[in-house]
Structures are given as C-alpha cells and as structure tokens.
Write a protein that binds this ligand. Structure first.
Ligand SMILES: Cc1cc2nc3c(=O)[nH]c(=O)nc-3n(C[C@H](O)[C@H](O)[C@H](O)COP(=O)(O)OP(=O)(O)OC[C@H]3O[C@@H](n4cnc5c(N)ncnc54)[C@H](O)[C@@H]3O)c2cc1C
Length: 560
C-alpha cells in the first residue's frame, strides 16, 4: 500500500497513544440523527409493492419491489407433474436447512434437501466472528434478550427472541456434540464481546466459525439418510389449490431440466439477498444469495416483515479491489482494532451497533474525511495491528487465520498494516413472517434462517444469526414432525392467481424472479428443452435459447 505511505506512518506514530484512549461516545439522539442522515435504510428510496399479498402496504427498496412484482420464469402453460415424491422438501443447503434435515433424520420421514449450488455453498460457511449464547457466569438469557431487542430498535418479535435466547445453550450443546470445536480457555468457552453485547457472549472457532459449523453439519447430513439434490434451485412452490403448499418446481442446472417434487411439507431455508447488491453496495454474501425465498413465499401469499431494513456491515474490504466487499469480521473491533479517518482520528465507538458504525463510516467518507484508493474507491482505516498491542503478540495470527490468509495473498499483513474498509451489504434483516414453530402463514410451508424476518428487528447483533439458524432450523424440523399432513395435489394455482393479479397492474418490469444468480456472475436459468408452451409464448426466450449452453458456472469457492 505504498500509495498510502504518509497516512500509514501517521497511524503507526499515534498507535501507542491511542491504545489507552476511550472510544468516542454518542448519545441516542445524536445516533438517531446519524442514522437518518447517513444510513442507507434512510435514503427514502423505498416504494410500495403493487402486486401480491401486501400490495399497497409493503414498502421496500424498488430493487426488491421489482423482484416481488416480477413474473415467474415458468412458461404460461406448464403443468406440474411430479417426478419425485418425498415427505419433507428442504429448500436450501446452508445451516438452517441442514439443522432441520438433521432434526428430521430419525423421524421416519423421507427428507430431500434441494440446494442451488453444492451443499454448504452458503452464507453459513462464510460466517467468521461467532455465535452468541448466554453461557458466561455473569450472563443470562434475559440479558441476551435485552441486548437483542435494544439492538433491533425494539422492532423484534418478542416471542421469537425469547426462544432464541432460551434455546441458545441447547443449540451450543447440540453443535458441540456433533463435533464443533468452539474456542476454550481453562475456565470454559472463550467468550468475546460483540457490537451491542453488554457482556462478552460470542463463542467462536477462530475467525472461521461458519466453516467449522458447516463442516460438521455437512458431514452429519452426508452420513445420514437424507436425499441430497445439489444444483437444484427452486423456481416456484406448488400448492393444492386451497392454500396449502405441496411441493416445488426445481431447476436442475446440470441437466438444464425442470423437476417437480411432491412433498407433504416444504421448508424454505434459502438464506439472504446480498447478491442483489442493493443501492450499488458491494456484498459479503455467497453467490447464491439472491433473495429467492422472498419471491417464492410472496407468490404463495406469505407476509414479509421489515423488508425496508438491511444490514450494511461496517467493515467490508475496500483494498485490494479483488476482494472488495468481503468481510473483515466484527471480532477485529471487539479485540481492539480502531476505526480511523483520513486525518488519523477516531470517530465512533467501534463496538456500537452495526447500523451506527456503518452510518458513521459513510458520514466520514461523504464529508471528505475518507481515504481514496488509486482506483477511486473510498473507505476508512481499521487499525488491526492494535489487536496484538492490546491482546499480546501473536493474537492476530492465532485468532484470525482467515483474515491473515486473505490479505497476505495481496501482500498486506494485518498484524503490521491497517486495512481499508467501508460498509458492505451483509444481511437481510427482514423476511418471511414465521411463528414460534417456524411456520409461515401458508399451511405446509415452514421457513427458517436468514430468509425469515421479525427475530432481529431492524438491526441484527453479531452472532445472533448463527444462533437463529440452529434454533429455528431445529424448531422447524420438530414442528414438521408434529404437524405434517398427507400428500396433496400438486398445482400452480397460487402462481396463476398472482399472474392474473399482475395483468391488472400496468407498467410492471419485464424481469423474471427468482433471479437465482447475481447479474454480475453471467450465470442464468435456461432449459435444454422448453416444456409445452402456448403458441406465441416467449417466456423462455428471455431466459436463453433452448438447446443448452456452453457456459460453465464459476467455482463459488475460488474467490475465497
Ligand atoms: C461473510 C459473512 C460472515 C458472517 N459472519 C457471521 C457471524 O460471525 N455470526 C453470525 O451469527 N452470522 C454471521 N453471518 C450471517 C450468517 O452466516 C447467515 O445469516 C446465516 O448463516 C444464514 O444461514 P441460512 O441457512 O439461513 O442461509 P445460507 O447459509 O446462506 O444457506 C442458504 C442456502 O440456500 C440456497 N438457495 C438459495 N436460493 C435457493 C433456491 N432458489 N433453491 C435452492 N436453494 C437455494 C443457497 O445456495 C444456500 O446454500 C455472516 C454472513 C456472511 C456472509
């Protein structure tokens, strides 16, 4: 980073003196003003969605609204004829989906997990910082509850939060029994603070917590009875014509064919939507995070909550460009790294809530105190070498092997050089409304994990999502066991109704949804052979030519 020589020297010169400096404080009214002026959620770019269950009521960014209003990629004439029967169809092979599949494995029900890419190609695998659970001696579920609700601006669904915090310890025990190695000290689990936690509460596996959790879940599922369909994306849910979900139409991306599945219960565990790159933000999310579950549930008539709120994680990488948007975990700040503007000054309490820290970074850059790279990207410094100064030499190498590996590839050593960071689109705070058993408003359809909304209010705390996917993934599995119904007819009645409603609204965009892949990836949905189409129907011509394509999907692991 020769281009930043003067600033790096200044940061180094003030490091010792900053070590004992207390963080800048801000009262709640100043924090509200900060959010209103600088947080991307407050830019007033939302509009009402015009078609669907909450038409005229649900407000969200126009990029999301267009997705919800979009037509299905299925042709106008398509009779779903099941070629596969299962008891439970789990859509999404990340943490929530696999936690549910494992919970179901001794129930006697046949479980099929269909996932867009490979099992484990998911945000879960990318999680770094850790998982919250009130297991410390001076902690309690009640305290965890209070932190979560304050962090979520009081908009969390209280009953969901209560279950989250009460079932945290059993979730950790379950993961440990499956083989997850959480960091320990001689006193028990090693606990780190996180933004908005009133006491250290975050368990971790160095800075690769999600990789470790996913390793264990994936192994357990691979050795269990569930049928796994990799490279199978849900493009539509099916229903019995009377409001109950009874299956799904999947797209097999290798055979380029549609597969209709009849299921007695369907679990949506499709994760988030960072790859929509809302408002032009870079993202920390994996390739498959295109908000598909929102679209699928919406067309079945499910309500969506808090969809006007997204989490822009404060510290996405800015330099080098090749890893722009990738995450620098919040643990770096919880272990002592400070944020500094181009003048070398601290400007926010680094362990304040994520939305405040993100807004403060955007403010610094907007008001001319940001750092500009040779390519014109902007950010602020995260002074990571302070971690070793504060916690002891070698801490960074020991606790953050993922970060060291990622940056050293580009000649940057976070233990001696600060990193340049800017907010990155990270987490979908809102999503499909669920009850305490992870049931949606549609019979036969459950949802768990990042695809759901309500639990985190409008701002999620670090470590609460990994906890969410285990607690509610397992709850979904248990609820399905108790409530599963007999097999029903498999129709596209909900889609037909949605299409009729679309015809009554003018000026809708021509895009199709679910999107399945980010537009930047060049990957797309196309069929080898189009199924029956009405004469003149051109639904598929927009998706690509029939007869296949020579395009090879990029390896989603190669960028990590
Ligand atoms: C870089 C990063 C770091 C993070 N760090 C932390 C952390 O330290 N602590 C924490 O609590 N949280 C963290 N999070 C958030 C957390 O990891 C996720 O919110 C959580 O793991 C989501 O789990 P999930 O099972 O709901 O979704 P995912 O794990 O994303 O799984 C969803 C799966 O569904 C598949 N899918 C999507 N659409 C379809 C479709 N149409 N058909 C079939 N399959 C589909 C996807 O390909 C994917 O396999 C982090 C997130 C990221 C991106």
């Amino acid at each position: 980073m020769d281009w930043a020589g003067d600033q790096l020297r200044q940061i180094e010169a003030t490091r010792r003196q900053r070590l004992d400096e207390s963080a800048p404080k801000m009262d709640d009214s100043k924090a509200s003003t900060l959010l209103e002026n600088f947080h991307p959620d407050f830019k007033g770019l939302e509009r009402l969605v015009q078609v669907g269950p909450q038409a005229g009521k649900l407000k969200c960014l126009s990029e999301i609204a267009e997705l919800l209003e979009a037509d299905s990629p299925l042709p106008a004439v398509f009779e779903p004829s099941p070629t596969l029967e299962t008891d439970v169809l789990v859509v999404g092979g990340g943490g929530a989906g696999l936690a549910a599949a494992l919970t179901l494995q001794n129930s006697g029900l046949q479980v099929t997990v269909a996932t867009k890419l490979r099992i484990g190609d998911a945000n879960t695998l990318m999680a770094e910082g850790g998982i919250q659970a009130a297991v410390g001696s001076n902690d309690s579920p009640r305290r965890h509850y209070a932190d979560t609700v304050v962090g979520g601006h009081g908009k969390n669904v209280p009953e969901l939060v209560r279950l989250l915090v009460e079932e945290a310890r059993p979730a950790i025990d379950w993961l440990t029994q499956l083989g997850v190695h959480f960091g320990r000290t001689e006193k028990g689990y090693e606990l780190k603070p996180g933004g908005g936690t009133s006491t250290p509460r975050v368990l971790s596996c160095q800075d690769v917590t999600g990789l470790e959790i996913m390793r264990v879940l994936r192994d357990a599922v691979f050795h269990g009875p569930a049928q796994l369909l990799e490279g199978h994306s849900a493009v539509e849910l099916c229903d019995d014509g009377e409001g109950r979900v009874t299956g799904a139409v999947l797209w097999n991306s290798e055979a380029k064919e549609l597969v209709t599945v009849s299921a007695r219960a369907v679990l949506l565990a499709t994760g988030g939507s960072g790859q929509l790159r809302l408002q032009g933000f870079a993202t920390s999310n994996h390739l498959g995070a295109t908000g598909d579950g929102l679209v699928l549930a919406w067309r079945q008539g499910c309500s969506l909550v808090h969809l006007d709120s997204f989490q822009y994680h404060p510290t996405g990488s800015v330099f080098p460009e090749a890893i722009a948007g990738q995450l620098v975990t919040e643990s770096a700040r919880s272990m002592g790294a400070q944020l500094l503007n181009a003048e070398g000054k601290r400007f926010i309490d680094e362990l304040s809530y994520r939305d405040r820290v993100a807004a403060a970074i955007i403010r610094e850059v907007s008001e001319g105190r940001g750092v500009t790279t040779p390519a014109g990207r902007q950010g602020v410094w995260l002074d990571t070498p302070l971690i070793d100064k504060r916690q002891g030499e070698g801490t960074l190498a020991r606790q953050f092997p993922g970060m060291i590996h990622r940056f050293k590839k580009y000649g940057i050593d976070p233990s001696t050089q600060p990193l340049l960071v800017y907010p990155t689109l990270h987490y979908q705070n809102g999503g499909v409304a669920i009850d305490q058993e992870a049931r949606t408003e549609r019979e036969g359809l459950w949802a768990a994990g990042e695809v759901t909304g309500g639990l985190h209010g409008t701002n999620r705390l670090m470590g609460n999502s990994l906890l969410d996917i285990i607690v509610f993934g397992r709850r979904a599995g248990e609820s399905i066991i108790s409530n599963i119904k007999d097999r029903g007819p498999v129709t596209l009645s909900a889609l037909s109704r949605f299409r009729k409603e679309r015809e009554t609204v003018s000026g809708l965009s021509q895009q199709k949804a679910p999107q399945l892949y980010p537009t930047v990836s060049g990957m797309k949905f196309e069929l080898k052979q189009a199924p029956l189409e009405k004469p003149g129907d051109d639904s598929f011509s927009q998706q690509g030519s029939a007869g296949g394509s020579s395009f090879e999907p990029p390896d989603p692991f190669s960028a990590r």
